[in-house]
Design a protein. Sequence first.
Length: 260
Amino acid sequence: TAMERDYEYATAVHAEDLPSPESLGASAGEKAVRRLNPQKAHSAQVPIVYDPRVANSLLSHLANAISGTAVARGTTFLADKLNEKIFAEGITITDDPLRFRGLRSKSFDGEGIQTKPHDVVDGGTLTTWILDLRSSRQLGLDTTGHATRGTSSPPSPSVTNFYMAPGECSPKDLIDGIENGMYVTELIGMGVNGVTGDYSRGASGFWINKGELTYSVSEVTIAGNLIDMFANITAANDLEFRFGTNAPTLCVEGMTVAGK
C-alpha cells in the first residue's frame, strides 16, 4: 500500500480564536486515513466539487486576474470583462480590509490610502479592478486602496480579506445531485495560464457516485478554462473565515478529469 498523507492547520490573529492542537491533530489523522488505497478515476467530463481548503484557490486566480498590474499590461483573461457578468447571478465576492480580527485587516494600504470594503463581484458582475496608485494612473482610474508593500520591493496591488459569500444549499445537497463527479481535497502544481484562463492541475480527493463519496482518488488531472469555470460555479453555505482568502464548498460543472 502506498503512503498517503494529509494535513490540518489553523491561523488566527488572536490565540483564543485558534482550535485546540488535539482537534487539529485528530482531523489531520482522520483525513489521512480516508485517503488510503486510492484509485485512478476514468477520464470523463463531470462536475468537480472543491473542498473549502482548495476552493479558495479559485478566488486567488480571480484576484490575480483583476490585479491592476495585469490589467494595465493586458496580461489577463478578464481584461475586457469589467462591468460584465462573469459568475452566476447569485455570486458575490468581497474584499474587506476592515474585517474584525481578519488575518489581513488594515485601515490603510501600503501607500497610505484609507481602505474600505469592496464587492469585487456583485450578483455575478465584475465591478472593479484591484488597484494601487501606479496601476490606477496607468488605467486612468482612482486607486482602490489595495497597495501592498514589501520590505525590498515597490508597492503592488493585492487583496486583503477576500471571500465568496455563502450560497443557500448545504455541501451535502450540492453533492446529492451528482451522478458521477469528483470531490477535490488537494491540488498539485500551478498549471494556470493567466492570459488565456486555461486551467489544468493535478488533484486528489474522492470519487462521487450517485451523490455519495465512494473511494479515494489520486494521480488525476482536472482541467477547464477559468471563464467557463467561473460561469458555472455553485456555492454551498459552509463559509468559514480561516485564511486570508476564503470560500465555501464550490461545485463547478462540466470540467474534464484525466485519469486512466
